[in-house]
Design a protein around this ligand. Structure first.
Ligand code: BES
Ligand code: MN
Ligand code: ZN
Length: 499
C-alpha cells in the first residue's frame, strides 16, 4: 500500500481534489465535519445524512456516489460525539473505512478525517494509527494457499489528510510505515507452519532482513553454545533433530559509548511440551511460541529502517521443544550459563530455560536495560486475557521508571500492558531439594513464578519481562499473529531516541 500526505488550504481546497473516493467524518446527530462540509456539493451530503442512513455513531459508514465534482464517491464515516472524539471511536471509524476501502472498485482514495479533537491524542498519533489500520487491512496470510483468498482489489494508494505536510509529519509517516513493515515481517514469520519456520529458517530470515536494513548480525550454532556453557538452553533442544540457533542483531545508531537497549525474544519454533507432552487439542498454535523472537526481529527491522539514533541489540535463542529418546526428562538437572543449577520438573516450562541463558549472555553488552519478550505462560492468559501483555520487573526506583516507560508506550501505541508483581513470597515456590531452583512453581500464580525464575538471571542490569502469551496471536476464525508488542516496543525505543 502506498501512502502520501496532503494538507489543504483556501488556495488548494479539498473540494478541488481529484480522487476516486474521499472519506470524511460525520459526528453524532448527523453533524458534518469541516472536510465533509467543504465537499457538500449542492447539499448532497446533508441530504444523505437527512435521509437517516447515517447517524454519526462511531464506525458506521455510508458511501455516496456523485455524478459531478472531482471526487467520484464520498464515504461518510461516523466518529461519535463531537466535543471530544475518543481514541476508541477514532480507531473504530478507521477500521470501518479500511473495510470499505478493501472492497472498493477503485485504486486510490483520500482519507480526510479530522485529526484534532481526539481526546488525549495528537495529529501524529492519528496519522500513525491510520497507517497501521490500513496496513493491517491489506495483510494476507495466504502465501501457502494454491488459490489465494480473494483478488487483491480495493484501494492501494491512500492520501492522508494532515494539518501541515511538514518535516515532522513526514517523519511520523516514515516511522509508521517502518513499524508496519516490521509488524508484517513478524506476523508472516508467526503464521508460517513449524515445518517451514524452524530455528534455521529464523536465522536465515534474520540474516536477510539484517542485510536489507543494514543491521549487524551473528548466528551462533550448537558448538559455540556448548563453549558458552548454555546447558539450560541446550537441554531444551535435546529431543529435536532441528539444530538450535542463537541470533544476535545489532543496530548501533547511537554514540559508540552509549549503553544499548537489549531485546531478548523467546524463539521456540514449536512447543510440544517435550516429555511433559501437551494435550493434542489446539497444539498447532504452539507454532506461535516463537512470537517473542518474531517481535524482536520486527522491531529490529523497524529500528533499522527508521535509522533510529539509538543503540539496540536483539538476541534470540531459537530451538524446538520435542519429545524423543534423547529429550530431556522431568527430574533432569542442568547447569545454566550463569552457573546456577536447575531441576527440570516439567519439560513444558521450556521458555524460561532458553531465556535464562540468553539473559546471562547479554551481560556482556553492559545494557542500559534489557527487555525480554516471550509467550511464556498459559497462566498469563488466565490472569489478563487477550487484552494486556503481562509486564514484570523488580520493584525499585530504576525498575519502576522502566515499567512506566513501557506502560506509557503501550498506551500510546494502543498495545497495552499491565504490571504484575515480583515478590520474595512467590520465589518460595521455586525451591528444589536437589538443585538451586526448580523450573516450575506449581499451579498458583504461574506467570509470576515464571518471571521470578527469569529475575534470578537478570541481577546485573535493569530488566523488564513481557509475557505475550495472550496477545501475540488470535485463535478461532481469525487465527493469526497480531504483531504485538511491536507497537509498544517501537514506541518505547522512539521515545528513548527522540524523547
Ligand atoms: N509456550 C507455553 C505457554 C503458552 C501456552 C502460551 C498456551 C500460550 C498459550 C509455555 O512454554 C508453557 O508450556 N508453559 C507452561 C508452564 C507450566 C508447565 C509451568 C504452561 O503455561 O502451561
Ligand atoms: Mn511449553
Ligand atoms: Zn513454550
Amino acid at each position: 500500500m502506498d501512502f502520501s500526505i496532503k494538507a489543504f488550504n483556501t488556495k488548494n481546497a479539498i473540494a478541488q481534489h481529484k480522487s476516486s473516493c474521499i472519506a470524511v467524518g460525520v459526528y453524532e446527530g448527523g453533524k458534518l465535519s469541516t472536510a465533509a462540509k467543504a465537499l457538500d456539493l449542492k447539499g448532497s451530503l446533508t441530504a444523505a445524512v437527512k435521509s437517516g442512513d447515517i447517524t454519526g455513531k462511531a464506525g458506521t459508514t455510508l458511501l455516496v456516489h456523485r455524478s459531478s465534482g472531482p471526487a467520484k464517491r464520498v464515504l461518510l464515516v461516523g466518529l461519535g460525539a463531537q466535543d471530544a472524539v475518543s481514541d476508541r471511536n477514532f480507531i473504530s471509524a478507521i477500521q470501518s473505512v479500511t473495510r470499505v476501502f478493501s472492497q472498493l472498485g477503485a485504486n486510490d482514495a483520500l482519507l480526510a478525517l479530522p485529526l484534532d479533537g481526539i481526546k488525549g491524542r495528537d495529529a501524529h498519533w492519528a496519522l500513525r494509527t491510520q497507517v497501521h489500520a490500513l496496513r493491517e487491512s491489506v495483510f494476507r496470510a495466504d502465501s501457502l494457499k494454491s488459490k489465494k483468498d480473494e483478488t487483491q482489489s480495493g484501494v492501494r494508494k491512500v492520501t492522508l489528510l494532515v494539518d501541515a505536510a511538514d518535516a515532522a509529519t513526514k517523519h511520523t509517516l516514515k516511522q509508521a510505515v517502518a513499524v508496519a513493515n516490521g509488524m508484517d515481517f513478524a506476523k508472516t514469520l508467526g503464521n508460517l507452519p513449524p515445518n517451514i519456520c524452524t530455528p534455521t529458517y529464523l536465522a536465515t530470515s534474520a540474516k536477510q532482513m539484517a542485510r536489507e536494513v543494514g543491521l549487524g548480525v551473528e548466528v551462533l550454532d550448537r558448538k559455540q553454545l556448548e563453549a558458552l556453557k548454555m546447558g539450560s538452553f541446550l537441554s531444551v533442544t535435546n529431543g529435536s533433530v532441528q539444530p538450535p540457533k542463537f541470533i544476535v542483531l545489532k543496530h548501533m545508531g547511537g554514540k559508540a559509548k552509549d549503553a544499548p537497549v537489549v531485546l531478548v525474544g523467546k524463539g521456540i519454533t514449536f512447543d510440544t511440551g517435550g516429555i511433559s507432552l501437551k494435550p493434542g487439542g489446539g497444539m498447532d498454535e504452539m507454532k506461535y511460541d516463537m512470537c517473542g523472537a518474531a517481535s524482536v526481529l520486527g522491531t529490529m527491522q523497524a529500528v533499522g529502517e527508521m535509522e533510529l539514533p539509538l543503540n539496540v541489540i536483539g538476541v534470540i535463542p531459537a530451538c524446538e521443544n520435542m519429545p524423543s529418546g534423547t529429550a530431556t526428562r522431568p527430574g533432569d538437572i542442568v547447569t545454566s550459563m550463569s552457573g546456577q543449577t536447575i531441576e527440570i520438573l516439567n519439560t513444558d516450562a521450556e521458555g524460561r530455560l532458553i531465556l535464562c541463558d540468553a539473559l546471562t549472555y547479554v551481560e556482556r553488552f553492559k545494557p542500559a536495560c534489557v527487555v525480554d519478550i516471550a509467550t511464556l505462560t498459559g497462566a498469563c492468559i488466565t490472569a489478563l486475557g487477550h487484552h494486556n501483555t503481562g509486564l514484570f520487573t523488580r520493584h525499585d526506583e530504576a525498575h519502576d521508571a522502566l515499567a512506566d516507560e513501557l506502560l506509557a508506550a503501550g498506551k500510546y501505541a494502543n498495545d497495552t500492558a499491565w504490571r504484575m508483581p515480583i515478590e520474595e513470597a512467590y520465589n518460595e515456590q521455586l525451591k528444589s531439594n536437589f538443585a538451586d531452583m526448580a523450573n516450575i512453581g506449581g499451579p498458583p500464580a504461574g506467570s509470576i513464578t515464571a518471571a521470578c525464575f527469569l529475575e534470578r538471571y537478570t541481577r546485573k542490569y535493569t530488566w523488564a519481562h513481557l509475557d505475550i502469551a495472550g496477545t501475540a496471536w488470535k485463535s478461532g476464525g481469525a487465527k493469526g499473529s497480531t504483531g504485538r508488542p511491536i507497537p509498544m516496543l517501537t514506541t518505547f525505543l522512539i521515545d528513548r531516541a527522540e524523547g
